[in-house]
Design a protein around this ligand. Structure first.
Ligand SMILES: [Zn+2]
Length: 289
């Protein structure tokens, strides 16, 4: 399995926390019909994206990008010791898979200069913090954590009405530790790292693009969850806050990168998770390289 990619002057590592069954395809994708699922079952199973009970397989991972100047971690996965009673596989986890993956890629927590979150959902912020003597502290002691302002404001407001546990245990402690940078979409790090607003899944969802003056790699976060959505960009997942906007964003993103050399690094597609966007009929594919 490929865990390391080189493109331009970037080195990209995948840090996998889990690769496992998630939800039935027909449940996660409310617009999917049994007929369309049947037409696509064979290639989806071959790609490791669907099991024999029509349950979608997802990867849960971070990426670490090494630019000539910085080491940047994108999305911090699920995390340990966090109460997530609705998801048994994530609830009060104590395994060392993630930290072993980070070490195997050659990084310690001190090496991370930036943590960048595409959005603030539970499986993208988990390792932002770790439990230390009963309190949550930033896992990456030297990192600046980059959160989009629209996204941060949305969750601040939501959390004020009804507490959102991952915001409380994995985002706010970073702000309290003064390691957060709440940024707008014109934010960039040097000439290598940029933000691409991709709203719909959440109001402030962003993708990150990397590469000097051109997009050598793009990290798409949750603007899509399954390769089935590249073939049918109009299929939104039930967790997309604005399903119509998510569909529009998805098609726009796929069109933007279609038939380019940009490496598309998805959050949740099954391994290898990374590929180049190519046209396929009225949709697209993400072709492994
Ligand atoms: Zn996700």
């Amino acid at each position: 399995m490929s865990l390391k990619f080189t493109v331009g002057d970037l080195t990209i590592h995948r840090i996998i926390e889990q690769e496992t069954t998630f939800l039935p395809a027909l449940e996660l994708l409310p617009g999917l019909t049994p007929e369309v699922l049947a037409e696509n079952r064979a290639w989806m199973q071959k790609a490791g994206a669907l099991d024999d009970k029509d349950v979608l397989m997802l990867c849960f991972q971070s990426y670490v990008v090494k630019t000539p100047h910085h080491t940047i971690l994108i999305d911090s996965c699920i995390g340990n010791d966090k109460p997530r009673p609705q998801r048994p596989k994530w609830n009060m986890k104590t395994d060392d898979t993630y930290m072993r993956g980070l070490a195997a890629a050659g990084f310690s927590v001190e090496d991370i200069d930036y943590v960048m979150c595409t959005h603030l959902h539970v499986d993208h912020v988990g390792w932002n913090t770790r439990l230390d003597n009963g309190r949550w502290i930033p896992t990456f002691p030297k990192a600046r954590y980059v959160f989009d302002k629209t996204e941060f404001d949305y969750w601040t407001e939501t959390h004020a009405k009804t507490p959102v546990p991952p915001f409380g245990d994995s985002v706010l402690p970073v702000v309290e530790a003064k390691q957060a940078e709440i940024v707008r979409s014109d934010y960039a790090i040097g000439d290598h790292t940029r933000i691409l607003p991709t709203p719909g899944h959440t109001p402030g969802h962003v993708a990150f693009s990397f590469g000097r003056a051109k997009d050598d790699a793009v990290f798409s976060g949750d603007l899509m969850h399954s390769p089935l959505q590249t073939r049918y960009p109009e299929l939104s997942v039930k967790f997309d806050v604005d399903q119509a906007q998510a569909a529009k964003t998805r098609r726009g993103f796929l069109e933007r990168y279609c038939d380019t050399n940009t490496l598309c690094c998805t959050a949740h597609f099954p391994s290898p998770s990374v590929g180049k966007i190519r046209r396929a009929g009225s949709g697209f594919t993400c072709e492994a390289i």
